[in-house]
Design a binder for this molecule. Structure first.
Ligand code: TYM
Length: 329
C-alpha cells in the first residue's frame, strides 16, 4: 500500500478551503492508502499566536479531522510536537537547503513584499520543517491545495539532493492536487485565496461557523455585473468560485450545475450553494460536538503518536548514520 501524508496548520479555525482543498481528500483516500495526517503545531508558531487561542484551535482541529470522517482505526492522526523527530530532521533539512531556494518561496516572498513587520527566522525556514514532516514518513504522495505545491516541490529537490549525496535514503514524494477545489477563493475578493488570515471575516467560511452566518456570507459573495450564469473564470471569478465550491461538495460536474441554473439570477444559484455548504457544515458540526463531549481525543492522539514515532525515529536514525552524526563505540 502506498503511503500518504499531509497536515494542516491551525493558526485559526479550519476553513472551507482547508476542507475542500485538503481534509476532504484525506478522508477520500484513507481506504486506498496508508494515511498519516498530523496537526502542524510547530508551523503555527512561526507567527505569534495567543497561547489559549492556539491550544483551542489545535483541539478543535483534531476534533474536526474526526468529524470530517478521518477514521483513527485506519489512519494515523498525530500532533507534530508529539514526534520529536520533526524538529530534529527539520534542522538537518535546513542544513541541506540553500538560501536561494528559500528566497524563491512565494509564501515568504508575499509576506516580505507586504512589508509585514517582525517576520521570524522560523517563517523563513518553514519549508525545511515541512520537508522533514513529509520525508520522515517516506510518503509517496502529499495531498494538498495548490498553494502548498511549491513547498512539496522543494521537498522533492531536497530529498533528491540528499539521496545523491548520501545514498538512497528518502522516498521522493509527489504532490497530489485535486482538479476541482484546489484553490477556493475568498467570497469577498475572488482574486484572493480563502484564508484564515483574512482581515474581514466575510470572505472566509469556517467549518464551525454558525449556519446562518455561513449562509449570509455566501448570499453576500462578491460576483460581477455580467449577469449570465456561465463558466468564465477570468471575467466572473466570484461566480466560478461558488460553482466550484458546490461542485466539490456534491461531486456534480461544474457544467451540470451551470445547466441547472442557466438563465436564472445569481440569487438562486447562491441559495443553492448556501444549501449545499450549510448541509455539509451541519453534518460536520453535529459530529464535532459529539466528539468533543466524548473525550476520546487523548487516546486517539496517544495511539497516533506511538505509531508515528516508530516510523519517524527509524528514518531519523538512518539519516543521522548516513551523514555521520553518530559516534561509533
Ligand atoms: P495550511 O494550514 O495553510 O492549509 C492546510 C491545507 O489546506 C489547503 N488550503 C486550501 N485549499 C484550497 N483552497 C483554499 N483556499 C485553501 N486554503 C488552504 C492547503 O493547500 C493545505 O493543503 N504548510 C502547510 C501545513 C503543512 C503540511 C506539511 C502539509 C506542514 N507540513 C506536510 C502537507 C505536508 C500549511 O500551512 O497548510
Amino acid at each position: 500500500m502506498k503511503r500518504m501524508l499531509s497536515g494542516i496548520k491551525p493558526t485559526g479555525q479550519l476553513t472551507l478551503g482547508n476542507y475542500i482543498g485538503a481534509l476532504r481528500n484525506f478522508v477520500k483516500y484513507q481506504d486506498e492508502y496508508e494515511m498519516y495526517v498530523f496537526i502542524a503545531n510547530l508551523h503555527c508558531i512561526t507567527e505569534y499566536q495567543e497561547p489559549l487561542e492556539l491550544s483551542k484551535n489545535l483541539t478543535d482541529a483534531v476534533a474536526l479531522y474526526l468529524a470530517c470522517g478521518l477514521d483513527p482505526d485506519i489512519s494515523t492522526i498525530f500532533l507534530q510536537t508529539d514526534v520529536l523527530a520533526h524538529a530534529e530532521l527539520g534542522y538537518i533539512m535546513a542544513c541541506n537547503t540553500y538560501l536561494g531556494e528559500l528566497n524563491r518561496m512565494t509564501q515568504f516572498k508575499d509576506k516580505t513584499l507586504k512589508n509585514e513587520k517582525n517576520l521570524t527566522a522560523g517563517l523563513y525556514t518553514y519549508p525545511c520543517l515541512m520537508a522533514a514532516d513529509i520525508l520522515l514518513y517516506n510518503a509517496n504522495y502529499v495531498p494538498v491545495g495548490e498553494d502548498q505545491k511549491q513547498h512539496v516541490e522543494l521537498t522533492r529537490d531536497v530529498a533528491t539532493r540528499f539521496n545523491n549525496k548520501y545514498g538512497e535514503t528518502f522516498v521522493v514524494p509527489e504532490p497530489l492536487i485535486a482538479k476541482v477545489g484546489a484553490r477556493i477563493m475568498s467570497l469577498s475578493d475572488p482574486n484572493k485565496k480563502m484564508s484564515k488570515s483574512e482581515e474581514t471575516n466575510k470572505g472566509c467560511i469556517y467549518l464551525l461557523d454558525d449556519l446562518n452566518v455561513a449562509r449570509k456570507k455566501i448570499m453576500g459573495a462578491v460576483t460581477d455585473s455580467v449577469g449570465i450564469i456561465q463558466l468564465d473564470k477570468q471575467n466572473q471569478p466570484g461566480l466560478y468560485n461558488l460553482i466550484e465550491i458546490a461542485s466539490s461538495l456534491t461531486e456534480r460536474k461544474m457544467e451540470d450545475i451551470i445547466n441547472e441554473f442557466v438563465g436564472q439570477g445569481y440569487g438562486k444559484l447562491k441559495a443553492y450553494v448556501a444549501d449545499v455548504v450549510c448541509s455539509e457544515l451541519e453534518k460536520i458540526q453535529n459530529k464535532y460536538h459529539e466528539i468533543i463531549e466524548s473525550h476520546m481525543l487523548e487516546k486517539i492522539m496517544q495511539d497516533g503518536a506511538a505509531k508515528a514515532n516508530e516510523i519517524a525515529n527509524k528514518t531519523l536514525n538512518d539519516v543521522k548514520q548516513k551523514i555521520g552524526l553518530e559516534i561509533k563505540y
